[in-house]
Write a protein that binds this ligand. Structure first.
Ligand SMILES: Nc1nc2c(ncn2[C@@H]2O[C@H](COP(=O)(O)OP(=O)(O)OP(=O)(O)O)[C@@H](O)[C@H]2O)c(=O)[nH]1
Ligand SMILES: [Mg+2]
Length: 364
């Protein structure tokens, strides 16, 4: 199920969309009152036909997700694990060339300088300890070390007290809105009542994009006018969620770069406004990172963390890169749990990050 279908519309906002939104206060998806008829009467603009999604896959077997995860890691497996296997399997002699090649593979897979040097050192000391080089033992040592790094910063998610507010932030185009839709779908499968909040009032078409998602998912949405103050919408949304017994509030925000200081300041304001309604919220603030951006993800995390304290990371587009080792670099350098992985454009191509599953899929 491709998510590309809305892109065209996104680039060409529906005629009158801005005007219509500009007049409207923060609202739920309740039908809008029709505009006063002009003379002569015009045909109403065609409404997009939004098909509801089929029920989410069962949470019982999880085989569907494991297959997606494994498929999504295909490129990383061939650029990383298969290369390691080839390197270790093709040698019976341990020399500096082996360690240089190992280093190159790890750097190329974006594991980051720290993990790379630790892993090279690990294999070097293993090789020194035994008289014969054992490729299987070397693979296992790397696998265990990767698993341990990914597990270090894990802790339970803080979303059990309704309404739990999750703020989603990140630079442009990393997959924030899609991730919100995927997360909503995931939590719907657990029977949670979800509200989406259209906090991106900046990009043309962003409100419409999230509205269509809410229609497909069959969940509530709070939205306001394009170009309006996102804090006002977020305030209304969190207040309404508390009054209505919503379990999970997912707040979309506009993509922003560290150079856009007004937009960066706005994030702080959104957070403060949420806290006016629920002092301990946002319960989670997730930075969405595009796995294909490599080590740049680290500097993004630092900049965003200065603006709003982050509580977790979501890595998207792992399916589009051979550099999935960036997961290791992120876990290594940032003391933040990785919460979700996105491995495709489909609405079911996201699930919780579980180090064991990830390592199994990577090294299988
Ligand atoms: N292949 C792949 N594509 C993804 C994934 N997640 C999101 N995308 C695609 O990335 C593109 C951008 O997604 P959005 O969700 O609009 O990104 P955004 O961060 O909300 O973008 P802005 O609101 O413009 O900042 C879309 O075409 C998505 O389908 C993923 O895990 N894998
Ligand atoms: Mg978006």
């Amino acid at each position: 199920m491709s998510l590309r279908w809305w892109r065209k519309k996104d680039q060409e906002p529906a005629p009158g969309k801005e005007e219509e939104s500009a007049a409207a206060p923060a609202e739920t998806l309740a039908p809008e009152s029709p505009p006063a008829p002009a003379s002569p009467p015009k045909r109403p603009p065609a409404q997009p036909v939004v098909e509801p999604l089929p029920p989410p896959p069962s949470r019982e077997g999880r085989s569907s997700w494991l297959a997606r995860l494994s498929g999504g890691l295909t490129r990383t497996r061939s650029g990383f694990t298969d290369q390691l296997r080839g390197l270790f399997g093709g040698t019976d002699q341990v020399d500096d060339e082996l360690f240089d090649d190992l280093e190159a593979i790890l750097i190329q897979a974006d594991c980051g300088p720290r993990a790379t040097s630790d892993l090279v050192q690990l294999i070097r000391s293993r090789a020194e300890e035994s008289s014969a080089f054992d490729p299987e033992a070397a693979m296992k040592a790397i696998r265990d070390s990767v698993r341990e790094r990914l597990t270090r910063s894990l802790k339970p998610m803080n979303i059990d007290t309704p309404p739990a507010v999750v703020l989603i932030v990140g630079v442009n185009g990393v997959g924030k809105t899609t991730t919100i839709a995927k997360m909503a779908r995931l939590f719907q499968a657990y029977g949670k009542r979800i509200m989406l909040v259209a906090g991106d009032t900046f990009r043309a078409g962003a409100i419409e994009q999230l509205t269509i998602w809410s229609q497909r998912l069959g969940c509530e949405i709070m939205k306001g006018k394009a170009g309006g103050d996102p804090s006002a919408i977020v305030f209304d949304a969190v207040s309404a969620a508390r009054a209505r017994g919503v379990d999970l509030v997912l707040v979309d925000t506009a993509g922003r770069l560290q150079t856009q200081s007004n937009l960066m300041d706005e994030l702080g304001k959104i957070r403060r406004v949420i806290q006016k309604v629920i002092p301990e919220a946002p319960h989670e603030t997730f930075l969405i990172l595009d796995a294909t951006t490599g080590q740049n993800a680290l500097s993004q995390a630092k900049v965003f963390n200065d603006m709003v304290p982050l509580s977790g990371l979501v890595l998207t587009k792992l399916d589009g890169t051979a550099k999935g080792g960036v997961v290791v670099a992120l876990a290594d350098h940032l003391e933040l749990p990785i919460r979700f992985l996105g491995v495709g454009e489909g609405v079911d191509d996201l699930d919780n990050f579980r180090p064991d599953e990830f390592v199994d899929a990577l090294f299988s």
